[in-house]
Design a protein around this ligand. Structure first.
Ligand code: SF4
Ligand code: SF4
Length: 259
């Protein structure tokens, strides 16, 4: 339902963000003069009228369980001013108008194991596609790779060591629905699917499988007198998109599917 002063809700899209904004941000919307970087993981925005707000940024694991979310919100209530936002790169940001709250807030986050950083010339949190959760294509996933890479890059996230800001993305197939960054990492199978021809005719809707291939590498074929499929291995990019509609297109195997 529309609240007073908010835009009318629409069928698609997120709700009016103003209702969740820190009041000082709402007040100075469109009126910010400049920002500074007092320390890694902290931004200070100053409005033309002189009011300032601090943003403290911490990385999260992106797939947040309810206990972690509650913990992050409790920290926001206790050490910040009750306002948070999540960024496209899975960071949580706390906004505080009182600068004396910044250090205790960082201490509270770090005590609970959250890492503060990702601003200015650091390595930002890696953004990634989420195959296992919402997509029927992947035989692999980007999230686990991100976790292991960020474990390695934790000092580059926490400090200003880089010549410039670095954005890294990972994607869990070659269709690469989310891979826009300075460095894009594609996690891929390393061989074309191996077809179990005995099963194709019984299990697969062949035209759907042919249509599914992003590079038109699949053709109908007769194998051992049975309707089946064949793959042009020169064209195949090993994306795995043909596997969900037709499990006899075996793309996973212990030898070739590994990081
Ligand atoms: S990168 Fe590929 S597998 Fe991963 S979510 Fe996007 S389309 Fe699906
Ligand atoms: S794995 Fe190869 S054959 Fe299958 S959909 Fe991807 S490109 Fe096409």
């Amino acid at each position: 339902m529309q609240q007073q002063g908010q835009r009318t809700p629409i069928e698609s899209g997120c709700p009016d963000g103003f209702q969740y904004m820190h009041p000082l941000m709402r007040k100075n919307y469109g009126n910010w003069a400049y920002h500074e970087d007092p320390r890694p993981g902290v931004l200070k925005h100053t409005a033309h009228g002189g009011e300032a707000i601090y943003t403290v940024r911490a990385g999260t694991q992106r797939i947040l369980d309810v206990f972690t979310l509650r913990k992050l919100c409790d920290i926001g209530d206790q050490y910040a001013e009750g306002y948070v936002r999540l960024t496209i790169r899975s960071n949580i940001e706390y906004m505080v108008a009182d600068g004396s709250k910044v250090e205790p807030l960082i201490d509270a986050l770090e005590k609970e194991g959250f890492v503060v950083g990702g601003t200015k010339n650091s390595v930002a949190m890696i953004s990634h596609t989420q195959g296992w959760l919402h997509c029927d294509i992947p035989g692999t996933d980007a999230s686990g790779v991100v976790k292991s890479m960020m474990d390695e890059l934790i000092d580059e996230f926490k400090n200003w060591n880089m010549p410039n800001r670095v954005h890294i993305t990972t994607s869990c197939c070659q269709i690469n629905c989310g891979g826009q960054g300075d460095i894009a990492i594609n996690i891929q199978h390393t061989k074309p699917p191996k077809i179990n021809h005995d099963l194709v005719a019984n299990i697969c809707e062949r035209p759907s499988v042919v249509a599914r291939c992003p590079v038109a590498a699949i053709r109908p074929a007769l194998v051992n007198g049975k309707p089946s499929l064949e793959v042009d291995e020169k064209k195949c990019i090993c994306c795995g998109a043909c596997y969900p509609p037709c499990t006899p297109m075996q793309i996973n195997d212990p030898e070739h599917t590994k990081l």
